[in-house]
Design a protein around this ligand. Structure first.
Ligand code: NAD
Length: 489
C-alpha cells in the first residue's frame, strides 16, 4: 500500500509507516502508540505489519544482499559513517521523540543514549575495515580464516532504549555485509522510524536496511519464520527468546539472544559505603527498566545498617516526574500493563511474607509512576528474588562471608551482569572467576567498551555480541587452505 501522510509528534515530523525496499509502505491496520508521560496522549497510529509486510521486507533484503555483500568493507563503512553523522546531527530530535515514546529521561537520551547509536555505526565500520584474517601454516598448507556475509538478517528489539539497542545489533550486521529487517517493539516504535529517514538520507541502496512495525506474534513471528533469513538477533524477555529459538532451530538459523537480568549488587565490608550506596540508588534510574541493573542488593551483614542508612538517603534524592524535566530522575513505567505487572510482583511478595522496607506503591492513581521500593525477602527462593521485575524494585539480603555472597549471587537462573563494591583487588579478581555473569563491574556500572563481548549466561542469553564477536556472528567463517609451494600467477 502507498505511504500514509507523515504525522507531527510534538513538532517532529515522523512517518507512521514501515520502510521497505527504500520506500515507506503502509498497512491496512494500525496500532495506537501512546505516551507513558500522559496515557491520554496518543502519539501516533502506527502501521501494523504482519505476514504480508514481513514477506515484502525479507524479499527486499534478499534481493539487496547480492549487491551489498559484494561491496568492500570500505564502501560499506562509508554508508555507516554517513549514517552516524546524520544521527549526531539529529540527536536532540530523536531524544525528544524517544522520551515521549518510552519516557526515558530526555537529558540522558540527549547526553549519551542516542549518540551511542552513532558510535555503534562508527565503531563497526572501523572494526570491519580493521579485520586482519588469521593466517598460519600447518600440515604443508597456508591457512586463512575468511569472513563471508551470512545473508538477510532479522533483528527484533525490546521497548527499552529502542534506538540504542537496535543500532547496537544492526550496525555489525550491516558492516559484516548482511542486509537487515528490523522489527522494533510495539510500545516504542517511533525512533526507529526516524532512523529510517536517516537511512534514506544517507542514500543506502534500497532493501539493505528495512523496518517492519507491528506486534511480535504477527510481524515478528512472520519474520523469524521466513526460511530466507540467515541470522536472527533478538533482545527481549527469556519467554520470547525461547519462541524465537524454536523458529531458529526449525530453519537451522544461528541466533543470538540478549535476555533479561536479575543481577546481584554486592557490597563487601571493605567497600567505600558512600560510593556503593550512591551507585545502588542508580538502580532505580529509568524506573528500573534496565536489564543490566543490579536488582539484588547483597550486603555484608557487618555493614548492613550503615549501608542501608546511606542507601535510603541516596534514594530520597530521587525525583519522580516528567522525563522532559531535567530535575526528574525517575520516569513513569512504559505502559499500564507493565505497571500492573510490577504491582503484581510486589503484591505477591507481600502475600509471601516478604517485608517491604520502603515504597511498594504507585506514586499517584492516574499516572504510570511507581515509587522506589526495597524488599527484604523471607527466603532466597521468594519470587521477588528469583524473577526479573523490570521496575524500580530492589531486594536486600545479607551474607556472612565471601563464599555465601558468591552462592547467593549465583543462585538465580539469570546471568547477565553483576556489580561488586570492594576495595580489595584480590577479591575483585576472585569474584571475576566465580560469578556467573556476562559482565561483571567492580566499583563501577555501565562502563562499556564496544569491543568487549556482551551477553548473558543461563536464561539471560545465548551467544555474544560486541566487537569482533558480533562480526563473527553475522558472518559465515570459512577456512582457505592453500598447499605450500602453490606458485603465484
Ligand atoms: P518481549 O520479549 O516482550 O518483546 C521483545 C520483542 O520481541 C518485541 O519487539 C516483540 O514484539 C517481539 N516479539 C514478541 N513475541 C514474538 C514472537 N513470537 N516472534 C518474534 N518476535 C516477538 O520483551 P520486552 O518486554 O519488549 O522487553 C523487556 C525484556 O527485554 C526484559 O526481560 C529485559 O531484561 C530484556 N532486555 C534485555 C537486554 C539485554 O541486552 N540483555 C536489553 C534490554 C532489554
Amino acid at each position: 500500500m502507498s505511504a500514509s501522510p507523515r504525522i507531527d509528534v510534538d513538532g517532529v515530523s515522523i512517518s507512521p509507516d514501515h520502510f521497505i525496499n527504500g520506500v515507506r509502505v503502509s498497512s491496512e491496520r494500525t496500532f495506537e502508540d501512546r505516551s507513558p508521560l500522559d496515557w491520554t496522549w496518543k502519539l501516533a497510529d502506527v502501521a501494523r505489519g504482519d505476514a504480508r509486510e514481513a514477506e515484502l521486507a525479507v524479499s527486499a533484503a534478499s534481493d539487496a544482499f547480492t549487491h551489498w555483500s559484494a561491496l568492500s568493507v570500505v564502501e560499506r563503512g562509508a554508508y555507516l559513517d554517513r549514517l552516524a553523522d546524520l544521527i549526531d546531527r539529529d540527536v536532540e530530535r530523536i531524544a525528544h521523540v524517544e522520551c515521549l515514546d518510552m519516557a526515558m529521561l530526555e537529558e540522558s537520551l540527549r547526553q549519551r543514549v542516542i549518540s551511542r547509536g552513532a558510535r555503534n555505526f562508527r565503531a563497526y565500520a572501523e572494526l570491519a575495515r580493521d579485520y586482519r584474517p588469521r593466517r598460519w601454516s600447518s600440515n604443508g598448507t597456508q591457512n586463512t580464516v575468511l569472513r563471508m556475509p551470512a545473508g538477510p538478517t532479522v533483528v527484533i528489539t525490546p521497548w527499552n532504549a529502542p534506538f540504542m539497542l537496535s543500532t547496537w545489533k544492526c550496525a555489525p550486521a550491516l558492516a559484516a555485509g548482511n542486509t537487515v529487517v528490523l522489527k522494533p517493539a510495539e510500545w516504542s516504535p517511533l525512533s526507529c522510524s526516524m532512523l529510517m529517514d536517516l537511512v534514506s538520507e544517507a542514500d543506502f541502496p534500497p532493501g539493505v536496511f528495512n523496518v517492519v512495525q507491528g506486534y511480535g506474534n504477527e510481524a515478528g513471528s512472520s519474520l523469524v519464520n521466513d526460511p530466507r533469513v540467515r541470522r536472527i538477533s533478538f533482545t527481549g524477555s527469556p519467554e520470547t527468546g525461547r519462541t524465537i529459538g524454536e523458529a531458529a532451530a526449525t530453519h537451522l538459523v544461528p541466533f543470538t539472544a540478549e535476555l533479561g537480568g536479575k543481577g546481584p549488587f554486592m557490597v563487601f565490608a571493605d567497600a567505600d559505603l558512600d560510593a556503593a550506596a550512591l551507585k545502588a540508588a542508580v538502580m532505580y534510574d529509568d524506573a528500573g527498566q534496565v536489564c543490566l541493573a543490579g536488582t539484588r542488593l547483597l550486603v555484608d551483614a557487618s555493614v548492613r545498617d550503615q549501608f542501608v542508612e546511606r542507601f535510603e538517603e541516596a534514594t530520597r534524592r530521587h525525583r519522580l516526574g516528567d522525563s522532559r524535566d531535567p530535575s526528574t530522575t525517575i520516569s513513569p513505567l512504559i505502559h499500564p500493563d507493565h505497571l500492573a505487572r510490577v504491582e503484581g510482583f510486589v503484591e505477591r511478595a507481600r502475600a509471601n511474607g516478604d517485608v517491604v522496607v520502603f515504597g511498594g506503591d504507585r506514586e499517584r492513581p492516574d499516572g504510570l509512576w511507581y515509587v522506589p521500593t526495597l524488599i527484604e525477602p523471607r527466603t532466597n527462593n521468594s519470587e521477588i528474588v528469583q524473577r526479573e521485575v523490570f521496575g524500580p524494585v530492589l531486594t536486600l539480603q545479607t551474607f556472612s562471608d565471601e563464599t555465601e555472597a558468591v552462592r547467593l549471587a549465583n543462585s538465580t537462573s539469570y546471568g547477565l551482569s553483576a556489580i561488586v563494591f570492594t576495595s580489595s583487588e584480590a577479591r575483585a579478581e576472585r569474584l571475576g572467576e566465580q560469578l556467573r555473569a556476562g559482565t561483571i563491574w567492580v566499583n563501577c556500572f555501565l562502563v562499556r567498551d564496544l569491543t568487549a563481548p556482551f551477553g548473558g549466561t543461563g536464561i539471560s542469553g545465548i551467544g555474544r555480541e560486541g566487537g569482533d564477536y558480533a562480526l563473527d556472528f553475522y558472518s559465515d567463517l570459512k577456512t582457505l587452505q592453500i598447499k605450500e609451494g602453490t606458485t603465484h600467477g
